[in-house]
Design a protein around this ligand. Sequence first.
Ligand code: COA
Length: 236
Amino acid sequence: MPHLLALMREDIDAVMERDPAAKSRFEVFLCYSGLHAVWFYRVNHWLWNHSFFLLGRFLSQAARFLTGIEIHPGAKIGRRLFIDHGLGVVIGETAIVGNDVTLYQGVTLGGTGKEHGKRHPTIEDEVVIGGGAKILGNITIGRDCRIGAGSVVLRNVPERSTVVGVPGHIIFRNGQRIVITDPKQINDPLSEALAAVASQVHRLSDRVQKLEGSDAGHKPAAASLQKIMEDIDYQI
Ligand SMILES: CC(C)(COP(=O)(O)OP(=O)(O)OC[C@H]1O[C@@H](n2cnc3c(N)ncnc32)[C@H](O)[C@@H]1OP(=O)(O)O)[C@@H](O)C(=O)NCCC(=O)NCCS
């Protein structure tokens, strides 16, 4: 594990890279409460891991008082986490956060209140989570994902996806707009609803064709959905 000062230096460099508003390293050192919260967390996590549970918890509450950011000392956080603005960010006890993650103000990495044990999300490397987004439960947000401001995400998100909305649904994967139709891959409520509607339309059109005694123009459901989505420039 690199020395604490080396970690602090790379944290400051990460802010300089990711925040166009940052003018100097000294300004970042003095004014970025997201960094102060991460530095407090490192100390508190060490205390937690050495069984000083109460002291770790107490100092994390002190850090919350000073920065407006609550990071449970039991959470596992990688390197160069950048919490921009920060007020209202909450990171739960069993959350895992990878390297080079960016969180904006008001993000919650929380539990659903229904689970025990590992009950907070795992955020893989290079994920960006927009202001006010809530990521709830023991789910995984794959590497290099973007979560839109204000989204509520309750299901796993595969890597390199963009999710928006309440509940969150995937709108981009690998840079392309998508609607997922493969039942094995679906973990997106909007795609699930669209695929269900498409298969219902398919069944009805089958019946109409049978009643009319004609097979002309019959297309399988996936092909009909493909055509609809191509018209609006989505990838299936
Ligand atoms: C999700 C996000 C990363 C997508 O950015 P993008 O890849 O450039 O995508 P676009 O802006 O082209 O948006 C694509 C679609 O998603 C919608 N969308 C984008 N962000 C959204 C959000 N947060 N909630 C709901 N819908 C959203 C857009 O309206 C657009 O819909 P349309 O195609 O029907 O018009 C970005 O909008 C976002 O929310 N970033 C977080 C920024 C933030 O929190 N900043 C805080 C600074 S203090």
